[in-house]
Design a protein around this ligand. Structure first.
Ligand SMILES: [Zn+2]
Length: 329
């Protein structure tokens, strides 16, 4: 059973986030085209974005376990950056240009080394729209080979949705990867190799994970959700298969796409794996019993209710996705 009540520290964190969000909302209401205003706002945001050093030179900001709102600037997924001897890599630049600008300011406050790589773990807007804040660094934008068609298909839709919430300037542009990963790729930030792996369809069809070899840390993107309701947008069977493969590997820690900044491995995958297993078993049973898709939404995996933040917002859609995948097997 997940603990869903908040501690004093978490309430303090929420209050800090709301302060950050208010600045973002203000930024969304004014024109940020003029560079001095953008820089001023980004500088102000630096202290609003708390970076936790989960391993030497590997820093993570925790996304809020909320939906995107004007208050949180779509800062709802974790962001990370890794500092090598020559350069910095960003892993998920954030959910909006405003969120990305806050991360960029936090990086600049910590190191002068150039941001050479911006790695986007998948197509979902809370992970990729921060990329616009890093255009001036001229980094290599990296993604899964299928990220480009996914962004071409959905990017404009996601962008319109964010603009309705945040305004155009705070939302930012759609940034396509300038290099893609078909299978594996190794980068070096200067005595700091990063190993990138393009996964088979799982959370989405374009999941990319990163291993910081020196600290033996996996940055899993949304292949791992902790506490927040997982969302299925790729393949249920594929996600379970990718999790099983990752569980064979020993990591010192894992940075999830949503949840605490770093979690133990493989223990932290247990809740996600249980949910996906139940979703698979009960959806498959519903299909075989000729229970219609609408009825299945109301009956499948209801034992998970109360164990996840935002269960009601996403579970029904997950059942629908699972049903479509399992209907013809
Ligand atoms: Zn996602």
């Amino acid at each position: 059973m997940q603990r869903l009540t908040s501690t004093r520290a978490e309430r303090k964190e929420t209050s800090r986030r709301q302060a950050f969000g208010r600045r973002a909302a203000i930024a969304g209401g004014f024109c940020l085209c003029c560079t001095p205003a953008a820089r001023l706002w980004a500088a102000e945001s630096a202290d609003g974005l708390r970076c936790t050093e989960v391993a030497p030179g590997l820093l993570v900001t925790r996304g809020a376990d909320e939906e995107a709102t004007a208050n949180n600037a779509d800062a709802i997924a974790n962001q990370a950056f890794i500092i090598g001897e020559n350069a910095v890599a960003v892993i998920d630049p954030g959910g909006s240009r405003a969120h990305g600008a806050a991360l960029r300011a936090a990086i600049r406050a910590r190191t002068e080394r150039p941001v050479r790589y911006v790695i986007i773990t998948h197509v979902h807007p809370d992970h990729c729209f921060g990329a616009g804040a890093f255009l001036e660094d001229k980094p290599v934008f990296l993604g899964h080979a299928r990220l480009i068609p996914a962004l071409q298909a959905r990017g404009a839709f996601y962008q319109r949705g964010l603009i309705r919430i945040l305004g155009k300037d705070a939302t930012g542009p759609i940034v396509l990867p300038t290099e893609t990963v078909d299978k594996n790729l190794t980068l070096d930030l200067g005595n700091r190799p990063l190993s990138l792996h393009a996964h088979d369809p799982a959370h989405t069809d374009n999941d990319l994970s990163v291993i910081d070899t020196r600290t033996n840390t996996l940055l899993a993107g949304d292949l791992l959700f902790v506490r927040r309701m997982p969302t299925l947008d790729g393949s249920l069977k594929g996600w379970l298969a990718e999790l099983a493969k990752l569980k064979q590997i020993s990591f010192a820690r894992v940075v999830p796409g949503h949840g605490p900044q770093a979690v133990p491995w493989p223990e932290a995958a247990a809740d996600l794996e249980r949910y996906l297993d139940i979703l698979l078993t009960e959806t498959r049973a519903a299909v075989r019993q000729n229970i219609g898709i609408d009825a299945a939404v109301d009956t499948v995996a209801q034992s998970e209710h109360g164990k996840w933040i935002l269960f009601d917002a996403y579970h029904g859609r997950n059942v629908t996705e699972a049903y479509k995948e399992l209907e013809w097997e």
